[in-house]
Design a protein. Structure first.
Length: 334
């Protein structure tokens, strides 16, 4: 009886997460409300899962990549700076596919004959300030690249934001999923070159790996990164990729989502550590990129580095101001 109740609760949670994703996505994409309502009903039956997954593919191509840019409603300036800096590299070397945030690269970084399609979304919730909401709605109407989740923005819900994004990626025919914050500079062509030319594990989970003393679970309720024992009993986190930037392969993504449901793992505020716990449960070790291809080192990253050395990296920053974003962009493009 107890096992039946657990299975029932997991099933309810699965449908809840799916419903949140479908409702949110239908609100963002005009004219899809009834379609996604039907889609949710189909997802509720196991036998229709695969056919549903095929129906929701947004675009057909040999290879696809999706970039989720974590943002908040009031960070309009950050989103604008990204569109004018590292996203502009993508736009200027690609052609729009159906929507402005789906691009086909005109120049494949590895000279492969296959098509390479990139999706990107700014992911954010809602704000209690009506003026902020008005600005974001207008911004979304102009750029068409904001995925809004149906909740009020809160740091404590970062894991929910990330997991909602991953659910979207799970029903898309993508090969890699990138999660990046809106205060990080991402050189997309360099990252794609690395993905295509490196010897990578099939189950990829890569970024700036946290280890050592940084893995200690903080129990002080006044601390920003406090984690209650009700969420996690362990005293140390397993190694995990720092939240400002990491890459997942589709096979890794599916494993993480599966274990999060099957084992009833409740998300807690530290989104990156939560992903690391899921990865450990399925036996996937994070791949260290920090200092090699990634430099997650604070708002003054890159200062003092020669341009030649700077070009070794494709993800830099964390806490970058819009001014620093433009300065890094100028160094890369020059």
């Amino acid at each position: 009886m107890m096992r039946f109740r657990v299975i029932k609760l997991v099933g309810i949670f699965s449908l809840f997460v799916t419903a949140v994703f479908l409702y949110t996505f239908s609100e963002f994409v005009p004219g899809t409300s009834s379609y996604f309502t039907k889609l949710f009903q189909e997802r509720s039956t196991k036998e229709n899962h695969m056919s549903t997954r095929n129906q929701i593919q947004l675009i057909q191509a040999n290879e696809q990549l999706i970039i989720f840019i974590t943002s908040a409603p009031f960070y309009t300036s950050r989103r604008l700076s990204i569109r004018q800096t590292w996203l502009s590299l993508l736009v200027s070397n690609s052609v729009a596919r159906r929507r402005s945030n789906i691009r086909t690269l005109m120049k494949n970084p590895s000279n492969s004959p296959s098509n390479l399609v990139i999706h990107y979304w700014f992911v954010c919730g809602h704000d209690t300030n009506v003026d902020v909401e008005f600005v974001v709605r207008n911004e979304s109407a102009v750029y068409g690249d904001i995925l809004r989740l149906n909740y009020t923005e809160s740091y404590s819900l970062l894991a929910f934001k990330t997991m909602s994004s991953l659910w979207l990626a799970s029903v898309m025919d993508v090969r890699f999923i990138v999660k990046v914050d809106d205060d990080v500079y991402l050189h997309v062509p360099k990252m794609i070159w690395w993905l295509k030319t490196s010897s990578l594990p099939e189950k990829l989970y890569a970024g700036a790996v946290q280890d050592g003393v940084e893995l200690k679970v903080i129990r002080n309720p006044k601390h920003k990164w406090f984690v209650s024992e009700q969420f996690l009993n362990d005293t140390l986190f397993p190694p995990y990729c720092n939240g400002p930037f990491y890459i997942l392969s589709k096979s890794t993504l599916l494993e993480l989502l599966k274990v999060s449901l099957n084992e009833g793992l409740t998300p807690f505020p530290l989104e990156d550590a939560y992903i690391g716990i899921l990865a450990k449960r399925v036996g996937i070790a994070p791949l260290q990129l920090n200092g090699k291809h990634v430099l997650i080192a604070g708002p003054w990253v890159g200062i003092g580095l020669e341009d030649k050395k700077l070009h070794d990296f494709f993800a830099l920053g964390h806490g970058l101001s819009t001014e620093r974003m433009f300065k890094l962009h100028a160094r890369f493009t020059n």
